[in-house]
Design a protein around this ligand. Structure first.
Ligand code: MG
Length: 346
């Protein structure tokens, strides 16, 4: 895409560093009263008065976290913001500002950076966050994006508050981003052999979108507040259900029973798993990049979430010495492991 001869290719050297940031961020709007000064001085100035601040940062590296042969740059910019905001929401906080730092090699023209920033701008609008700073520099190794997100918390939720008998709840469905990646990787291999082959990706629309354009669950933070439910612990699912359950259990000093038949799966995940001959439970446990929220609630709060289609109760917490187990459809109990992909044969 960036090699397209029909596209304009303005070299990065055309702009000085500050000229480039001004150029890339000229359409960004400031919406939060906590942003006193955004881009344009040596540092941003924020004022949260008496609110607590959450701060989180992520680094995405080409070839490790994304592959530009199927990841459009605009989507990459969008996803880089979303994965970061997901961590803010996982604290039960409201995301308000981000800073964006990008390192690119000079094989990228200005237009490529414009595409990345267009994705960032879209995400900033949709999630209502102010872009208040950043840096752009050259890289010898490929593209790197680092985003820092800032948010405000009235009633933050940690990973450490789960109690025995609390219910384990997950939003949305799991495994789709991983299966979307499998389809994209397969099509990339097909394309290498026959570039004229036009893949039919229609049966995979949902799972590919979950990989290329994930959304963070800002809506859930509001919904939980509206339902008057405060989770006892919470985390977002970036690495797969099993490792996030282990984080919650270890940091809360509890155990857990997770029920295989309760894990929410989209029909497209199930059919694609059948096609690839992969176990769908394994994908949900270890796939990752779902950016759903995993949390625990007191059993007293169960009636408030019971009928809501956003939530699936997938298990409950136990005493730490009971351990962490997957209860399979066949009623056997398998210890939950972080890298279960290789160790676990359901
Ligand atoms: Mg996280």
């Amino acid at each position: 895409m960036i090699e397209d001869k029909n596209q304009q290719r303005t070299p990065l050297s055309e702009f000085g560093e500050f000229g480039l940031i001004d150029h890339l961020t000229k359409n960004f709007k400031i919406n939060h009263s906590s942003t006193i000064k955004g881009i344009g001085d040596d540092a941003a100035v924020l004022n949260f008065e008496n609110k607590k601040i959450v701060l989180t940062t992520d680094l995405l590296v080409e070839g490790v976290h994304f592959d530009l042969s199927y990841m459009p740059l605009k989507h990459l910019g969008y996803k880089a913001v979303v994965v970061n905001l997901s961590d803010v929401y996982a604290m039960n906080a409201k995301a308000t500002q981000i800073t964006v730092s990008i390192a690119v090699s000079n094989r990228f023209p200005v237009e490529a950076l414009e595409d990345i920033y267009a994705g960032i701008e879209t995400a900033a609008k949709i999630y209502n966050i102010d872009v208040v700073g950043g840096d752009t520099t050259s890289s010898n190794t490929g593209l790197l994006i680092s985003i820092t997100a800032i948010g405000e918390a009235e009633d933050e939720v940690y990973r450490s508050g789960a109690k025995p008998k609390d219910l384990l709840v997950v939003t949305g469905d799991l495994g789709a981003a991983f299966m979307g990646l499998q389809v994209l990787e397969r099509e990339k291999e097909v394309y290498k052999v026959n570039p004229n082959n036009q893949p039919d990706l229609e049966p995979y629309t949902y799972i590919i979108e979950r990989q290329l354009k994930p959304e963070a669950r800002k809506d859930i933070i509001k919904l939980l507040k509206d339902l008057d439910v405060k989770p006892t612990s919470m985390i977002d699912i970036s690495d797969g259900l099993s490792s996030e359950i282990i984080h919650l259990c270890k940091q809360s000093n509890v155990g857990c029973d997770l029920y295989e038949d309760k894990i929410p799966l989209d029909p497209q995940v199930i059919s694609t798993c059948e096609e690839f001959n992969i176990d769908s439970t394994t994908v949900a446990l270890n796939g990752g990049e779902d950016y759903e929220l995993l949390f625990t609630i007191s059993q007293d709060d169960f009636p408030k979430i019971q009928a809501n289609p956003n939530f699936s109760v997938i298990g409950y917490m136990k005493e730490a010495n009971d351990g962490m187990h997957l209860v399979t459809r066949g009623d056997s109990r398998i210890p939950i492991k972080a890298q279960g992909w290789k160790n676990f044969n359901g």
